[in-house]
Design a protein around this ligand. Structure first.
Ligand code: SIN
Length: 268
């Protein structure tokens, strides 16, 4: 393999990586370079990588053990891989609202690696936002106010309508509203409108108002990068310090692929 080239797409978030063939195992030097690139750019994009399921899982395991999705079953023979698919029969797509993956878990994922083999002619972009940039842009007074607050991240209202299995209990966890990234040591906003139901320490109306402010704040386009997919592209995002949103502007066309998730640790 040739040398890795990292091309930033914006100053705050996103870089395209060239010089790798992810069908082949990566040596320790390349894995270290990708870990550093992820810490620096938060989401990495790779083009023209027609990987199979084994290569996908092997690439994910370079960054840690793979996690099982706490609600969506994996594909046959590969419990660690979930299908991301939409076509003319779809009534919803995964990730249409701003979110980080599975923040309902006690130990939310470190990152997710999405590979799309089929993409619409146009549309189907994914937007990613830096929660470092969102935190940095808060006033010092707001940063002080948010310090020490805890939010409830509940999966029930997300997954019960999709899988109405009355017996099933979906995860629900409390995490700090402002977390510290375990690798970079930077602070970031860690609430998202998909999973969070309330801030524990505040009365309900105040919690609703603070969350509404934060959800509007994190959508600032200056914190974002927008990825235009091509067939066999891959996006690898640091789930601890980003949020993302999948656009669904391409109905009834097909957009299809698979995602693996790298296990994370308890936010602090
Ligand atoms: C997801 O939320 O993981 C799906 C992202 C996408 O389909 O672009």
């Amino acid at each position: 393999m040739s040398e890795i080239e990292i091309r930033p797409l914006t100053p705050r978030i996103g870089a395209e990586v060239q010089g790798l063939d992810l069908r082949e195992p990566l040596d320790a030097g390349r894995v270290a370079a990708l870990k550093q690139a992820l810490a620096d750019h938060l989401v990495l994009f790779f083009r023209d990588q027609p990987i199979d399921h084994e290569s996908h899982k092997r690439f994910g395991r370079c960054f840690g053990p793979l996690a099982l999705h706490s609600a969506v079953p994996g594909i046959e023979g590969h419990p660690e891989i979930v299908a991301i698919h939409a076509d003319a029969q779809s009534s919803y797509v995964a990730g249409e609202d701003w979110h980080s993956d599975l923040t309902c878990d006690a130990e939310p994922p470190l990152g997710s690696i999405l590979y799309l083999h089929t993409v619409p002619e146009s549309g189907g972009d994914t937007l990613f936002a830096s929660m470092y940039a969102a935190y940095d842009a808060l006033s010092p007074r707001m940063k002080t106010y948010l310090e020490g607050l805890t939010a409830i991240h509940d999966a029930d209202h997300v997954y019960r309508p999709l899988f109405p299995d009355v017996e099933r209990k979906y995860p629900c966890s409390a995490h700090p509203v402002v977390r510290t990234h375990p690798v970079t040591g930077r602070k970031l906003i860690f609430v998202n409108s998909s999973y969070v139901t309330r801030i524990v320490e505040l009365p309900k109306d105040e919690s609703d108002a603070v969350l509404a402010f934060l959800y509007a704040h994190v959508k600032n386009p200056n914190f974002q990068v927008r990825f235009r997919w091509s067939a066999h592209a891959i996006a690898f995002w640091d789930n601890r310090c980003t949020q993302h949103l999948a656009t669904w502007d391409y109905f009834p066309q097909t957009r299809s692929g698979w995602r693996v998730t790298v296990a994370g640790d308890r936010p602090f």
